[in-house]
Design a protein around this ligand. Structure first.
Ligand code: B12
Length: 220
């Protein structure tokens, strides 16, 4: 059943048929597909698949990508609050997309998954400068700063993770606040997180829950 739903959804997404895509998802939910399955097995693989069609044979255009990501964001926003929740309360995480970067879907998914696991997430949104990450982490007593970067230059550039770490060092806060990163450049180069001096990285939202849990445990 899931395969048919995936194909139907992908076809609506590819046609940037907002109403159709939403109808497929809502019907799937009525038929018992869980919000987690909708996000991780339908929505995320479909956006990746569209990218492949764009890169490999130019079937999809960049504007199709943009509209498809808007549709995906809306579905993710609707599904995240419905994820199964655990009971214990955890820690504070300041999350944002790095300066100059306007890719927000992955960050929203990470944010939602962490919230669903009862972390208090302060989501700073897109295009966040390094000073803002530090200010918000201090003001919110955060144990972790999470930086999402989808482009190489926003990951390794002068306003990315390296700068955040430099500011934390100046304030002698590196023992109290850890920095984690994620996004496409880190998936392409698994050692990149070390080059930007991050304390850890995660390939996807599920892994980010594990990573955050381990770091908060170590800080206790
Ligand atoms: C959708 C998309 C867009 C949309 C973004 C819409 C939006 N609101 O987010 C639009 C069309 C606007 C766009 C624009 C551009 N894009 Co674009 N985009 C993509 C695309 C196809 C998918 C990104 C996505 O949403 N993936 C789905 C989500 C769920 O995955 P994710 O973001 O990786 O997140 C997961 C993990 O990485 C991880 N994660 C993410 N963040 C974090 C943070 C932490 C702390 C942790 C632990 C984990 C974690 O968990 C997430 C959930 O599982 C990628 C290709 C790709 N495969 O990544 C290109 C891509 C990122 N874009 C790219 C480019 C070049 C651009 C543009 C410059 C294009 C242009 N010429 O205008 C602009 C940049 C604008 C800007 N300044 O930011 C390049 C970057 C290449 C590079 N080497 O730097 C990519 C890689 C495509 C490519 N191969 O060329 N883009």
């Amino acid at each position: 059943m899931l395969n048919e739903i995936i194909e139907e959804y992908y076809s609506s997404l590819f046609d940037t048929d907002y109403v159709g895509a939403l109808a497929v998802i809502h019907n799937a939910k009525k038929e018992g597909v869980t919000p987690e399955e909708i996000v991780f097995e339908i929505v995320i693989p479909s956006i990746d698949r569209m990218l492949q069609s764009f890169l490999l044979n130019q079937e999809a255009s960049i504007s199709q990508h943009f509209l498809a990501s808007k549709i995906s964001e809306q579905i993710v926003d609707e599904m995240l609050p419905l994820f199964q929740q655990k009971t214990e309360k955890n820690g504070n995480i300041v999350l944002g997309t790095s300066f100059g970067d306007f890719h927000g879907l992955g960050r929203k998914i990470v944010s939602g998954c962490l919230r669903a696991n009862l972390y208090n997430v302060i989501d700073l949104g897109l295009n966040v400068n390094p000073q803002k990450f530090i200010e918000e982490a201090i003001n919110n007593d955060a144990q972790i700063i999470g930086i999402s970067s989808m482009m190489v230059h926003s990951a390794v550039g002068e306003n990315g993770c390296l700068k955040v770490k430099e500011l934390l060092k100046e304030k002698k806060l590196t023992d109290k606040i850890k920095v984690i990163v994620g996004g496409a450049p880190y998936r392409f180069d698994k050692e990149l997180y070390k080059k930007v001096d991050a304390d850890g990285w995660a390939e996807n939202a599920i892994q980010s829950i594990k990573l955050v849990g381990e770091i908060i445990e170590e800080l206790k």
